[in-house]
Design a binder for this molecule. Structure first.
Ligand SMILES: *[C@@H]1O[C@H](CO)[C@@H](O)[C@H](O)[C@H]1NC(C)=O
Ligand SMILES: *[C@@H]1O[C@H](CO)[C@@H](O)[C@H](O)[C@H]1NC(C)=O
Ligand SMILES: *[C@@H]1O[C@H](CO)[C@@H](O)[C@H](O)[C@H]1NC(C)=O
Ligand SMILES: *[C@@H]1O[C@H](CO)[C@@H](O)[C@H](O)[C@H]1NC(C)=O
Ligand SMILES: *[C@@H]1O[C@H](CO)[C@@H](O)[C@H](O)[C@H]1NC(C)=O
Ligand SMILES: *[C@@H]1O[C@H](CO)[C@@H](O)[C@H](O)[C@H]1NC(C)=O
Ligand SMILES: *[C@@H]1O[C@H](CO)[C@@H](O)[C@H](O)[C@H]1NC(C)=O
Ligand SMILES: *[C@@H]1O[C@H](CO)[C@@H](O)[C@H](O)[C@H]1NC(C)=O
Ligand SMILES: *[C@@H]1O[C@H](CO)[C@@H](O)[C@H](O)[C@H]1NC(C)=O
Ligand SMILES: *[C@@H]1O[C@H](CO)[C@@H](O)[C@H](O)[C@H]1NC(C)=O
Ligand SMILES: *[C@@H]1O[C@H](CO)[C@@H](O)[C@H](O)[C@H]1NC(C)=O
Ligand SMILES: *[C@@H]1O[C@H](CO)[C@@H](O)[C@H](O)[C@H]1NC(C)=O
Length: 840
């Protein structure tokens, strides 16, 4: 819950949270419900008992379903005193009828209330009773405790309720009652608790309510009550808890509310109240929870609150309160939550913070608070959330805030703070949201920010930060929103930001960043919104959704970005890595152009030749809306052909198995042999939804290199999915090395050649494919050898394919230690030297 509060929609959640707090009856604890004891049958009055039994059985019969009948299976015979939920008094008459939370379904219309002259308690809390509350309920002349809460009752509260003058407790909350609160309710002079919350009652609060002078708890919240609060409410001097939250009450509170000096809880949240808050509210010094947020209260915070040392929760947010907060506050050792945001308060934060041992949330945003953030705030060690945003605070951020070990949300944006971001920030290991936007902070962004490993949101925008972006930001693995826009940041974007797999929005605009966008950005799979405009960036944009689908405004005013996004120039084959290279390209281009033309011509001839040789298609008759195929443009393989060629994926055709599926050898009718990798079924569901998957496959199909296993196509129908690859005769390097005989055949020259081949293949994937493909799982089982012992890298890009744009994908697809992209070739060579060379 807390972690959610600092999300952008925290306001909404807070309201929801508050609603929950109010509606779950933790607000007013249920007092023990009275019950009468049974003295058995000794004084059993047969006639009365029979009438009661008869009435109960009749009601049982009126209930709707089998469940209700079976709950009441003990209800047989004519002596109800031992029946489930029934307790009798000394005379053997039913005194207590309590069946709370039994799932009973039905109405009260079949219940003959006049048969129970001695009933004191009727408790049907939390069942599924519906229909109206019958006016005959008034026949329960002795009843003291009536609980029909948490059912589905509709209609009005019957006027006759006023006849139940013995009532102490009346609970009708959590139903669907409509209409007015009957004025007759005022005759319930002995009533101590009246709960009508969470219904749809409308109209005004009847002034007769003032006649219920024994009331200690009155909860009318979450209804549709309107007009102003009657002055008679001031007569309820025993009130301990009063909740009127979530209604449409208006006008100012009558001054008589000041007479309610025993209140510990006062909830006025979300109404349309105007005028001043009651001046003497905490004169009794008993107030614990006070909430008047989301109204139109004006004037000062009442003076009496200064001495209100018992305060625990205190919310006056979203009003028009004025006054100097330096003067209006005292010391609140119990205070846990204070929200005064969105008012017109001024003054300085001169409170005695060391005395706030219990304070978890401090919210004073959107006021006119001046002065500096006191370093003593660091003594409020229980603080979890600080929001001082949108005030007139100046000065620096005190390093003492680093002592707030529990802090998970720090919002200081939109003030006039200057100085640096203290390195003590690294001590805030719980921090999830840090917003320092729109201040005058300067210096460089301390690399210690990378230690706040739980950060979900980091906003340092619109300050005067200089230097480069610290690469340590790449350590913030949970980061979802990063905004560094509107600063003076220079240098290249650190490639480590590409490690932020959960990053959804990234704004680096309006800085002086230069160079290329790091290749690693292709891993920002969660990215949905990006803005890198107004920088000095150049080169291709990453081929990922977040970039490709971004509007031109996200890229404008840079030094030469290119790529497949709206408004950008497409990247030429040889994208300039540095400006100086441009001249070279001008010279080279015509030369290469003609070479390319030649290649294309040769290529066309070659493919034409192949096409005529094999026409295979996956577009079989088994196509359905759930199936799709992707195939190299020049050849099509019939789905059925593959099934036949593998003998319906017969075990005998199996030539290996990997993490993602089983590999089969398949000889096509044309004589061509291919490898078919049938994917594990668990993966298929994930693939089906993804449009991008098709494009990814196309991209892989387009890859042609001597040292890379050719992917011919992909086919997916409901039953299964498979990839079709070029068949490489000698199998994997691992296999070749594990057999002594084969390992002997793999002599020095051949081994060196294998290393070269793999290096060539990887270099191609890395530097010549756009976007670069990172293998992620290079191992000896993914290097295949053909008859000439030439190496072919397989399974490239599969990791990416099989774990597409999901926010929860992990950084490593396969074998640890061989995947660091920057130092790729080096680590690969180290790997080779460890695994192949020792065998030599
Ligand atoms: C309800 O009970 C009373 C007394 O037991 C009886 O006189 C009356 O007829 C009953 N009413 C109905 C509708 O059964
Ligand atoms: C029961 O209540 C109804 C409605 O209030 C009333 O008309 C009727 O006279 C009452 N019956 C008895 C026996 O009190
Ligand atoms: C109240 O009525 C609405 C429909 O009018 C229904 O969705 C809701 O579940 C009802 N609530 C209760 C507590 O019966
Ligand atoms: C409150 O009770 C008194 C006497 O019991 C009565 O005169 C008065 O009308 C009642 N007030 C309201 C508003 O019902
Ligand atoms: C609330 O009451 C007003 C009248 O005061 C009525 O117009 C409105 O429809 C009611 N809303 C609900 C949800 O009952
Ligand atoms: C309060 O609301 C009622 C309607 O519900 C309206 O008639 C009245 O004028 C309002 N009073 C104030 C002070 O806004
Ligand atoms: C209640 O408040 C009113 C006005 O604030 C005051 O005149 C009256 O004396 C108070 N009543 C009691 C019983 O204190
Ligand atoms: C609340 O009161 C203001 C006047 O103070 C009025 O303009 C507004 O319409 C009212 N809103 C509701 C929901 O009654
Ligand atoms: C005050 O509110 C807190 C949190 O909502 C709650 O735990 C506590 O019981 C309330 N205190 C009283 C006196 O109702
Ligand atoms: C606060 O309490 C002190 C002593 O308990 C008292 O002297 C002072 O008048 C009170 N101030 C207010 C505003 O109630
Ligand atoms: C708060 O500050 C703003 C702008 O500085 C000013 O317009 C407004 O009058 C101030 N409000 C108060 C209550 O001081
Ligand atoms: C607020 O109150 C403090 C303490 O009384 C005082 O020093 C300060 O000048 C006041 N601020 C304003 C803006 O009036």
């Amino acid at each position: 819950m807390m972690s959610l509060l600092q999300k952008p929609f925290s306001m909404f959640l807070q309201v929801l949270f508050f609603l929950l707090l109010i509606c779950i009856p933790s607000f007013f604890a249920f007092p023990p419900k009275s019950s009468a004891t049974s003295f058995g049958a000794a004084k059993y009055v047969a006639a009365e008992g029979n009438k009661e039994a008869e009435a109960l059985l009749k009601w049982k019969a009126s209930l709707d379903d089998k469940h209700s009948q079976s709950v009441l299976s003990s209800w047989v015979g004519s002596s109800p005193c031992k029946w489930l939920g029934i307790t009798c008094d000394n005379s053997g008459s039913v005194a207590d009828f309590s069946l709370p939370n039994f799932g009973l379904r039905g109405t009260l219309h079949g219940f003959n209330f006049s048969s129970f002259p001695n009933l004191l308690t009727l408790n049907l809390w939390k069942n599924s009773l519906y229909g109206t509350i019958p006016s005959h309920i008034s026949n329960l002349t002795k009843i003291t405790n009536l609980d029909l809460s948490d059912n589905h009752f509709t209609g009005n509260i019957p006027l006759e309720i006023g006849l139940l003058t013995s009532l102490n407790f009346l609970y009708l909350d959590k139903n669907n009652l409509t209409g007015l609160i009957p004025a007759s309710i005022g005759t319930l002079k002995r009533l101590s608790i009246l709960y009508l919350w969470w219904n749809k009652l409308s109209g005004s609060i009847p002034s007769s309510i003032g006649n219920m002078t024994m009331l200690t708890r009155l909860d009318l919240s979450t209804n549709n009550l309107s007009a102003s609060v009657p002055r008679e409410i001031g007569q309820l001097e025993s009130l301990v808890g009063l909740s009127l939250s979530f209604n449409n009450l208006n006008g100012s509170l009558p001054p008589e509310v000041n007479n309610l000096t025993h209140l510990t809880v006062l909830q006025l949240f979300s109404n349309n109240f105007t005028g001043h808050l009651p001046r003497d509210l905490c004169l009794g010094g008993l107030l614990v929870n006070f909430s008047a947020g989301y109204n139109h209260f004006s004037g000062p915070i009442p003076r009496s609150l200064r001495n209100c040392t018992g305060l625990f929760r205190f919310r006056l947010d979203w009003n028009q309160l004025t006054g100097n907060i330096s003067e209006d506050f005292g010391l609140y050792p119990n205070l846990n939550y204070v929200d005064l945001s969105h008012n017109d308060l001024y003054g300085e934060l001169t409170w005695k913070w060391g005395g706030f041992h219990n304070l978890a949330s401090l919210k004073l945003s959107n006021n006119n608070i001046t002065g500096e953030i006191p370093s003593e705030l660091g003594k409020g060690t229980g603080l979890q959330m600080i929001d001082l945003s949108s005030n007139l605070l100046k000065g620096t951020i005190p390093k003492e805030l680093g002592q707030l070990k529990a802090l998970f949300n720090l919002a200081l944006h939109n003030n006039h703070l200057f100085g640096v971001l203290p390195v003590e920030i690294q001590m805030l290991s719980q921090l999830q949201s840090l917003n320092l936007a729109s201040n005058n902070l300067g210096g460089s962004i301390p690399k210690q920010v990378g230690e706040c490993s739980n950060l979900l949101q980091l906003n340092l925008s619109h300050n005067k930060f200089i230097g480069s972006i610290p690469s340590e930001i790449g350590f913030l693995h949970f980061l979802g929103n990063l905004d560094l826009s509107g600063n003076l940041l220079a240098g290249e974007i650190p490639s480590q930001i590409g490690q932020l797999k959960q990053l959804e929005t990234m704004n680096l605009s309006h800085n002086k960043l230069s160079g290329l966008i790091p290749n690693d950005f292709v891993d920002l799979v969660s990215l949905t919104a990006v803005d890198i405009s107004y920088n000095e960036l150049e080169g291709p944009i990453p081929k990922i959704k977040g970039f490709i689908e971004a509007p031109f405004e996200a890229f404008m005013n840079n030094s030469g970005l290119c790529g497949n996004a709206s408004g950008l120039k497409p990247c030429t084959l040889l994208t300039s890595r540095r400006k100086s290279n441009k001249i070279v390209i001008l010279i080279l281009f015509p030369l290469l152009g003609s070479l390319l033309l030649l290649l294309i011509m040769v290529g066309c001839l070659y493919f034409h030749h192949r096409t005529s040789r094999e026409r295979i298609s996956c577009l079989g008759e088994r196509q359905s809306p759930h199936s799709f195929v992707v195939w190299g443009h020049e050849e099509e393989i019939l789905h059925e052909t593959i099934i036949q060629a593998t003998n319906n994926f017969n075990f005998n055709n199996c030539i290996g198995r990997g993490g993602y599926g089983i590999v089969y050898r398949a000889m096509l009718p044309t004589g061509q042999v291919v490898a078919v990798k049938k994917l594990h079924p668990s993966r298929e569901g994930e693939l089906m939804n993804l449009r991008t998957f098709r494009n990814e496959i196309r991209m892989l199909i387009d890859i042609r290199h001597r040292n890379i296993v050719k992917l011919y196509g992909f086919c997916s129908i409901i039953e299964h999915s498979f990839l079709v690859y070029e068949f490489i005769e000698r199998g994997s390097l691992k296999m070749n090395l594990s057999s002594e005989e084969q390992a002997m055949d793999l002599d020095w020259n051949r081994r060196l050649n294998v290393v070269k081949g793999v290096a060539n293949g990887l270099s191609y994937l890395h530097h010549d494919c756009s976007p670069p493909i990172i293998h992620r799982d290079i191992s000896s089982s993914n290097v295949l050898l053909d008859l000439e012992y030439e190496a072919h890298v397989s399974d490239f890009g599969t990791a990416r394919l099989l774990m597409p744009d999901s926010t929860n994908w992990t950084s490593f697809a396969g074998t640890f230690g061989y995947t660091a992209p920057g130092t790729y070739l080096i680590s690969f060579l180290i790997y080779i030297s460890r695994t192949i060379l020792p065998v030599l």
